[in-house]
Design a binder for this molecule. Structure first.
Ligand SMILES: CC(C)(COP(=O)(O)OP(=O)(O)OC[C@H]1O[C@@H](n2cnc3c(N)ncnc32)[C@H](O)[C@@H]1OP(=O)(O)O)[C@@H](O)C(=O)NCCC(=O)NCCS
Length: 173
Protein backbone atom coordinates (compact mmCIF):
# COMPACT_ATOMS: atom_id res chain seq x y z
CA UNK A 1 0.00 0.00 0.00
CA UNK A 2 1.30 3.48 -0.89
CA UNK A 3 2.98 5.21 2.01
CA UNK A 4 2.14 8.66 3.36
CA UNK A 5 4.47 11.44 2.17
CA UNK A 6 5.51 14.35 4.39
CA UNK A 7 5.45 16.74 1.40
CA UNK A 8 1.77 15.99 0.69
CA UNK A 9 -1.38 16.16 2.77
CA UNK A 10 -4.82 14.61 2.35
CA UNK A 11 -7.64 16.48 4.09
CA UNK A 12 -11.40 17.01 3.97
CA UNK A 13 -12.58 19.42 1.24
CA UNK A 14 -13.02 22.92 2.70
CA UNK A 15 -13.98 26.35 1.29
CA UNK A 16 -10.35 27.50 0.86
CA UNK A 17 -9.61 24.74 -1.68
CA UNK A 18 -9.69 25.94 -5.30
CA UNK A 19 -12.25 23.74 -7.03
CA UNK A 20 -12.54 25.71 -10.29
CA UNK A 21 -8.93 25.08 -11.40
CA UNK A 22 -8.99 21.28 -11.09
CA UNK A 23 -8.69 19.23 -14.28
CA UNK A 24 -8.03 15.48 -14.60
CA UNK A 25 -9.03 15.15 -18.26
CA UNK A 26 -12.33 13.37 -17.63
CA UNK A 27 -15.17 15.85 -17.95
CA UNK A 28 -17.65 14.23 -15.57
CA UNK A 29 -15.05 14.02 -12.76
CA UNK A 30 -13.96 17.65 -13.28
CA UNK A 31 -17.54 18.92 -13.43
CA UNK A 32 -18.48 17.02 -10.28
CA UNK A 33 -15.55 18.49 -8.35
CA UNK A 34 -16.16 22.05 -9.58
CA UNK A 35 -19.93 22.19 -9.20
CA UNK A 36 -21.20 19.42 -6.92
CA UNK A 37 -18.58 18.36 -4.40
CA UNK A 38 -19.06 21.32 -2.05
CA UNK A 39 -22.80 20.76 -1.88
CA UNK A 40 -22.31 17.03 -1.28
CA UNK A 41 -20.07 17.84 1.69
CA UNK A 42 -22.63 20.28 3.15
CA UNK A 43 -25.44 17.72 2.74
CA UNK A 44 -23.25 14.85 4.04
CA UNK A 45 -24.02 12.94 0.82
CA UNK A 46 -20.32 12.17 0.30
CA UNK A 47 -17.10 12.60 2.20
CA UNK A 48 -14.74 14.46 -0.16
CA UNK A 49 -10.98 14.36 0.49
CA UNK A 50 -8.32 16.34 -1.35
CA UNK A 51 -4.56 16.02 -1.85
CA UNK A 52 -2.53 19.22 -1.43
CA UNK A 53 1.02 20.37 -0.85
CA UNK A 54 1.31 22.10 2.55
CA UNK A 55 2.97 25.19 1.05
CA UNK A 56 0.20 25.58 -1.59
CA UNK A 57 -2.80 24.50 0.49
CA UNK A 58 -5.44 25.82 -1.91
CA UNK A 59 -4.18 23.93 -5.02
CA UNK A 60 -5.89 20.54 -5.32
CA UNK A 61 -3.71 17.80 -6.89
CA UNK A 62 -6.32 15.07 -6.55
CA UNK A 63 -9.51 14.07 -4.79
CA UNK A 64 -11.73 11.13 -3.90
CA UNK A 65 -15.21 10.63 -2.47
CA UNK A 66 -16.62 8.07 -0.03
CA UNK A 67 -20.22 7.15 0.79
CA UNK A 68 -22.20 4.21 2.14
CA UNK A 69 -23.73 1.70 -0.27
CA UNK A 70 -25.04 -1.87 -0.52
CA UNK A 71 -24.12 -4.60 -2.98
CA UNK A 72 -26.35 -7.55 -3.96
CA UNK A 73 -24.64 -10.72 -2.68
CA UNK A 74 -24.55 -12.03 -6.27
CA UNK A 75 -22.36 -9.07 -7.25
CA UNK A 76 -19.61 -10.08 -4.82
CA UNK A 77 -16.77 -11.76 -6.77
CA UNK A 78 -16.44 -15.48 -6.01
CA UNK A 79 -12.94 -14.92 -4.63
CA UNK A 80 -14.35 -12.47 -2.07
CA UNK A 81 -17.45 -14.44 -0.98
CA UNK A 82 -15.70 -16.28 1.82
CA UNK A 83 -14.99 -12.88 3.41
CA UNK A 84 -18.57 -11.55 3.48
CA UNK A 85 -21.79 -12.56 5.28
CA UNK A 86 -24.60 -14.20 3.28
CA UNK A 87 -27.03 -11.28 3.50
CA UNK A 88 -29.00 -10.44 0.34
CA UNK A 89 -27.47 -6.95 0.46
CA UNK A 90 -23.85 -6.69 1.54
CA UNK A 91 -22.87 -3.44 3.28
CA UNK A 92 -20.07 -1.54 1.58
CA UNK A 93 -18.31 1.80 1.25
CA UNK A 94 -18.20 3.25 -2.26
CA UNK A 95 -15.24 5.17 -3.67
CA UNK A 96 -17.60 7.09 -5.95
CA UNK A 97 -14.93 9.21 -7.64
CA UNK A 98 -11.15 9.41 -7.61
CA UNK A 99 -9.01 11.67 -9.80
CA UNK A 100 -5.53 13.18 -10.02
CA UNK A 101 -4.88 16.44 -11.93
CA UNK A 102 -3.53 15.83 -15.42
CA UNK A 103 -0.11 17.35 -14.76
CA UNK A 104 0.58 14.95 -11.89
CA UNK A 105 -0.83 11.64 -13.21
CA UNK A 106 1.44 8.59 -13.21
CA UNK A 107 3.39 9.72 -10.09
CA UNK A 108 1.67 7.37 -7.62
CA UNK A 109 -0.61 10.11 -6.29
CA UNK A 110 -3.66 8.05 -7.24
CA UNK A 111 -2.24 5.11 -5.27
CA UNK A 112 -1.70 7.44 -2.34
CA UNK A 113 -5.30 8.72 -2.47
CA UNK A 114 -6.59 5.15 -2.69
CA UNK A 115 -4.45 4.07 0.29
CA UNK A 116 -5.93 6.97 2.26
CA UNK A 117 -9.46 5.83 1.30
CA UNK A 118 -8.58 2.31 2.48
CA UNK A 119 -7.22 3.56 5.83
CA UNK A 120 -10.15 5.93 6.33
CA UNK A 121 -12.62 3.14 5.57
CA UNK A 122 -10.94 0.79 8.03
CA UNK A 123 -11.02 3.50 10.70
CA UNK A 124 -14.81 3.91 10.34
CA UNK A 125 -16.03 0.30 10.12
CA UNK A 126 -15.96 -0.31 13.86
CA UNK A 127 -18.64 2.40 14.13
CA UNK A 128 -20.62 1.83 10.93
CA UNK A 129 -19.93 -1.67 9.64
CA UNK A 130 -19.11 -2.41 6.00
CA UNK A 131 -17.88 -5.66 4.45
CA UNK A 132 -15.95 -4.16 1.58
CA UNK A 133 -14.79 -1.17 -0.38
CA UNK A 134 -16.31 -0.95 -3.86
CA UNK A 135 -15.56 1.09 -6.95
CA UNK A 136 -17.05 1.40 -10.43
CA UNK A 137 -14.10 2.17 -12.67
CA UNK A 138 -14.76 4.72 -15.38
CA UNK A 139 -12.80 2.82 -18.07
CA UNK A 140 -10.37 -0.10 -18.62
CA UNK A 141 -7.31 1.99 -17.72
CA UNK A 142 -8.87 3.01 -14.40
CA UNK A 143 -9.86 -0.65 -13.75
CA UNK A 144 -6.21 -1.65 -14.28
CA UNK A 145 -5.20 0.99 -11.74
CA UNK A 146 -7.58 -0.48 -9.10
CA UNK A 147 -6.51 -4.07 -9.88
CA UNK A 148 -2.89 -2.99 -9.52
CA UNK A 149 -3.81 -1.74 -6.05
CA UNK A 150 -5.30 -5.06 -4.91
CA UNK A 151 -8.99 -4.75 -5.91
CA UNK A 152 -10.81 -7.85 -7.25
CA UNK A 153 -12.75 -7.38 -10.46
CA UNK A 154 -16.22 -8.74 -11.15
CA UNK A 155 -16.33 -10.75 -14.40
CA UNK A 156 -17.46 -8.72 -17.46
CA UNK A 157 -17.76 -5.58 -15.41
CA UNK A 158 -15.95 -2.39 -14.44
CA UNK A 159 -16.95 -2.96 -10.81
CA UNK A 160 -14.17 -3.91 -8.39
CA UNK A 161 -14.17 -4.68 -4.67
CA UNK A 162 -11.71 -4.91 -1.79
CA UNK A 163 -13.00 -7.16 1.05
CA UNK A 164 -12.58 -5.91 4.62
CA UNK A 165 -10.33 -8.87 5.58
CA UNK A 166 -7.93 -7.85 2.83
CA UNK A 167 -8.15 -4.21 3.95
CA UNK A 168 -7.35 -5.28 7.51
CA UNK A 169 -4.22 -7.09 6.29
CA UNK A 170 -3.14 -4.03 4.27
CA UNK A 171 -3.67 -1.58 7.13
CA UNK A 172 -1.96 -3.78 9.74
CA UNK A 173 1.10 -4.60 7.59
C1 LIG B 1 -6.72 6.79 -12.68
C2 LIG B 1 -5.90 7.76 -11.81
C3 LIG B 1 -6.69 8.16 -10.57
C4 LIG B 1 -4.62 7.03 -11.38
O1 LIG B 1 -3.84 7.91 -10.60
P1 LIG B 1 -2.28 8.11 -10.97
O2 LIG B 1 -1.66 8.91 -9.89
O3 LIG B 1 -2.19 8.61 -12.37
O4 LIG B 1 -1.81 6.58 -10.96
P2 LIG B 1 -0.56 5.94 -10.22
O5 LIG B 1 0.67 6.71 -10.59
O6 LIG B 1 -0.84 5.76 -8.76
O7 LIG B 1 -0.58 4.53 -10.89
C5 LIG B 1 -0.29 4.42 -12.27
C6 LIG B 1 -1.17 3.35 -12.86
O8 LIG B 1 -2.51 3.83 -12.97
C7 LIG B 1 -3.06 3.47 -14.22
N1 LIG B 1 -3.55 4.69 -14.90
C8 LIG B 1 -4.84 4.86 -15.22
N2 LIG B 1 -5.03 6.03 -15.80
C9 LIG B 1 -3.82 6.64 -15.87
C10 LIG B 1 -3.38 7.89 -16.40
N3 LIG B 1 -4.22 8.75 -17.00
N4 LIG B 1 -2.07 8.20 -16.27
C11 LIG B 1 -1.20 7.33 -15.70
N5 LIG B 1 -1.58 6.14 -15.18
C12 LIG B 1 -2.88 5.79 -15.28
C13 LIG B 1 -2.04 2.72 -14.99
O9 LIG B 1 -2.41 1.35 -14.84
C14 LIG B 1 -0.75 2.98 -14.28
O10 LIG B 1 0.00 1.81 -14.18
P3 LIG B 1 1.34 1.68 -15.07
O11 LIG B 1 2.25 2.75 -14.52
O12 LIG B 1 1.79 0.29 -14.80
O13 LIG B 1 0.89 1.95 -16.47
C15 LIG B 1 -5.48 9.05 -12.59
O14 LIG B 1 -4.65 8.71 -13.68
C16 LIG B 1 -6.67 9.86 -13.08
O15 LIG B 1 -7.14 10.72 -12.37
N6 LIG B 1 -7.12 9.60 -14.32
C17 LIG B 1 -8.24 10.33 -14.87
C18 LIG B 1 -9.50 10.13 -14.05
C19 LIG B 1 -9.84 8.66 -13.80
O16 LIG B 1 -9.73 7.83 -14.71
N7 LIG B 1 -10.25 8.36 -12.56
C20 LIG B 1 -10.67 7.04 -12.14
C21 LIG B 1 -12.15 7.08 -11.95
S1 LIG B 1 -12.83 5.48 -11.65
Amino acid sequence: MAVRRPDLRIEALAPHHDRSGFSCGIDSLDRYFRTQAGQDVRRKANGVFVLVEPDRPDVVLGYYTLCATGLPHGDVPVAARKHVPRYPLVSAILVGRLAVCEARQGQRLGAMLLADAVRRTYATVSTVGASMLVVDAINERAAAFYEGNGFLRLPDSLRLVLPMDVIKGMVKS
